[in-house]
Design a protein around this ligand. Structure first.
Ligand SMILES: C[S@@+](CC[C@H](N)C(=O)[O-])C[C@H]1O[C@@H](n2cnc3c(N)ncnc32)[C@H](O)[C@@H]1O
Length: 285
């Protein structure tokens, strides 16, 4: 970064409406993110840190840098800065009840007759969602690991995917879970400040990087898709494209779980029907 060698203070960097618009267009094109003008102060504060890391370059210089082919890592830093990875184990717990009560019996029967069962946690953040799925399944059906049952966990942010893969969490983060769940899910070495998800649960989960607005390098079909609190960042047309793709990737009778403030609209509703709180089921034609 020799061309940005002179450090500048945040307050000097400047962030015009035109800079914001350029950044918003880039975020929409590359990541599907919708940044309304009201987000300008938030974006300013989050990107100021990146500007400091990049030798105090100005916003226009930073925008120019983001366009360079060799700056893939910085583009990924940008997505980390613009999105939130907030998540928790068994977030929106009713979805896990539905998974156990409405989805699991059919999935188990299918697996026992030699079929493939596939579940996708799309926008999995640091892994709490896919491991909650694994725990729900294994705590109800401890023998399911012997069948062809897999959970794919994907996120656009490579750093967060690595954390999901490591499956190590602060002990205090899981302290409020019921004791039975904690024991079933985690190994906790005496006196350690962290816990690790048990191998049996980790082995159901495969973590990978994936930008949902780019081509998906697999065909599915999936029995269940969780995509919660992700599409909320996208504009309506991107959301509807993603919902339609999820509908296409679901097996007939399969379930889609979305975030509490999201709603499926558009063409996807030609093949999906609401089947509970922020839950949809693919029609069986
Ligand atoms: C708020 S977290 C939701 C985590 C989890 N699904 C939950 O509900 O607890 C949103 C996640 O979406 C990811 N994300 C944002 N844009 C994405 C995109 N275009 N493709 C894939 N993941 C994306 C972020 O990196 C972040 O980890």
């Amino acid at each position: 970064m020799s061309n940005f060698a002179t450090p500048r203070a945040d307050s000097e960097a400047g962030f015009t409406d035109a800079d914001f618009e350029k950044l918003a267009n880039m975020a929409k094109k590359k990541f599907g993110l919708s940044l309304s003008p009201s987000k300008k102060p938030l974006v300013y504060s989050r990107l100021s840190r990146r500007l400091q890391v990049r030798n105090g370059c100005s916003f226009p210089q930073y925008l120019e840098l983001l366009e360079r082919p060799e700056e893939e890592t910085e583009r990924l830093e940008l997505i980390s800065a613009l999105t939130t990875n907030v998540t928790s184990f068994f977030r929106e717990e009713h979805h896990f009840d539905t998974l156990r009560e409405a989805c699991l019996p059919d999935m188990l029967a299918h697996a026992q007759s030699g079929g493939r069962v596939r579940i996708w946690s799309a926008g999995c953040s640091s892994g709490q969602e896919p491991y909650s799925i694994a725990a729900t399944i294994l705590m109800s059906q401890p023998g399911i690991g012997q069948y062809d049952v897999k959970i794919l966990a994907t996120d656009i942010d490579p750093k967060i995917v690595k954390r999901a893969e490591q499956a190590i969490y602060p002990a205090e983060e899981v302290a409020s879970l019921p004791e039975k769940t904690r024991h079933a899910m985690f190994d906790h070495a005496e006196g350690s400040a962290t816990v690790v998800v048990k191998k049996q649960m980790r082995s159901l989960v495969t973590c990978a990087e994936l930008n949902l607005i780019e081509t998906w390098p697999f065909k599915g079909p999936f029995d269940v898709i969780f995509c919660r609190n992700v599409a909320i960042y996208f504009d309506q047309s991107t959301q509807q494209t993603i919902w339609s793709k999820f509908a296409d990737y679901l097996k007939p009778g399969g379930h889609l779980f979305i975030g509490h403030s999201e709603r499926v609209t558009g063409d996807a509703m030609k093949t999906l029907k609401p089947s509970g709180i922020t839950t949809y089921q693919k029609l069986v034609q």
